[in-house]
Design a protein around this ligand. Sequence first.
Ligand code: SF4
Length: 229
Amino acid sequence: MDEQAMAAVYATLDRMHAWRGWHWWPDGDPFEVCVGAILVQNTSWMNVERALTRLREAGALDFRAMARLVLAELEELVRPSGQYRQKAKKLRAFIDTAEREGGFERLLALEMGVLRQRLLDTWGIGPETADCIVCYASGQPALVVDTYTARLFTRLGHGPGGAGYEAWQRWMLDRLPTDRETYARLHALIVLHCKHLCRKRAPRCTECGFRETCAFRRANGLKGGSIDG
Ligand code: SF4
């Protein structure tokens, strides 16, 4: 797949899903993005929304307010997001990282390479969460990749194979212009596509703009079985 083909995938995704709502689209509140990026680990966005609502109602969806909470209070507020004890500790670790940098705004203002490393050095933050924060909270050009990215491009018949996060990210970046807006929208569009059409089981291929060229669709069509939900 070359840059032109990647641009065509982007355009097709945009045609199919640009109208849909997405939680960080076009620009979310930076602190809420960071909290959401940590809470969404191993759970659905619906559960994250419930935890965010509790935090908001308690006046704790704010860096300084959250920093004042004792761990037990934070645990109780994020309980709907699952693994709430771990998630509260992760939020506390994130707050500690920000405080070491002189505050939340100063942390987000770091150059993206430095910011990403500070985040990766924080307990409970891996590459996907770090890139979410760099892209959607600090507004710098980091591309988030995830299992949805791998599912879509593997089904289309492209990608670096069964490699991990860094390999998928490198493969995508090599085919995209360096542009934060493109990265932010593309990840959102891929998530929307995989949630609504290219689902893990029973993808809705008849409604999909890739149905004529998709390798997965063709392979399943050749077997004579329906893969439409
Ligand atoms: S045609 Fe089906 S398998 Fe291929 S990308 Fe579309 S929904 Fe996914």
